[in-house]
Design a protein around this ligand. Structure first.
Ligand code: SF4
Length: 209
């Protein structure tokens, strides 16, 4: 573009037309390719990070990874459970370090100790107050069958006489490793459950009440 010498910084209309034409031609020549959408990576990210699974798998994963234990430790097996809760065995790894004093906030009962008939109604009441879904681990010989006190008139010969038991951990007492193995067995059991029908049953029960 040339500037008129006698009229400094003033363009003639011809020069303006020529300059405008040059600009348009340059833009046209450089605009043959389509400009990519700068946000196209968003679609790609979604594709890369999308995980397809079933409602059962997700719900069961959440349930088995956050079991909270109702306190029910009537005898000596309780100390092995306490050891399992400590830093050496670290039940926090399973998302279940929180012990609940209220059965309303618990979904797992670990029955660690000898149960007498005098205590049985209270244990069953605690179990009944736990919300669904809920599970029970019978820890130790006394919890499984009454153990060495089985023949006593006052001892319940196994918690499964008063509440349903999901997993049995043998021993007198079982060591924390045994309890952890039982917890892993329960987690496997939960992962196989049909969670969605459970929800449907609960919802239909709620609407019918
Ligand atoms: S199984 Fe053994 S350690 Fe456990 S409560 Fe019974 S007697 Fe005690």
């Amino acid at each position: 573009m040339e500037v008129s010498s006698d009229r400094e910084y003033i363009y003639t209309s011809t020069e303006l037309d020529r300059h405008e034409g040059q600009v348009i031609e340059e833009l046209k020549a450089n605009s043959q390719e389509t400009i990519a959408d700068p946000d196209a990576w968003l679609d790609e990210e979604i594709k890369r990070n999308m995980l397809l699974t079933t409602a059962d798998a997700v719900i069961n994963w959440a349930r088995r990874s956050s079991m909270w234990t109702a306190i029910c430790f009537p005898a000596c097996c309780a100390f092995e459970f306490i050891a399992a809760e400590g830093p050496r065995f670290d039940l926090s790894r399973f998302g279940m370090e929180i012990l609940r004093a209220s059965p309303r906030q618990a979904d797992l009962m670990i029955t660690a100790g000898t149960l007498t008939w005098k205590m049985a109604p209270n244990v069953r009441r605690i179990y009944n107050q736990m919300p669904e879904p809920k599970w029970v681990i019978a820890m130790g010989s006394c919890a499984i069958s009454g153990g060495i006190f089985r023949s006593s008139y006052s001892v319940v010969p196994g918690y499964n006489k008063i509440i349903p038991v999901d997993v049995y951990v043998p021993g007198c007492p079982p060591r924390p490793e045994g309890l952890i193995y039982g917890i892993q067995m329960l987690q496997k059991k939960i992962s196989k459950a049909r969670a969605v029908p459970d929800l449907q049953q609960i919802m239909s029960k709620g609407t019918s009440e």
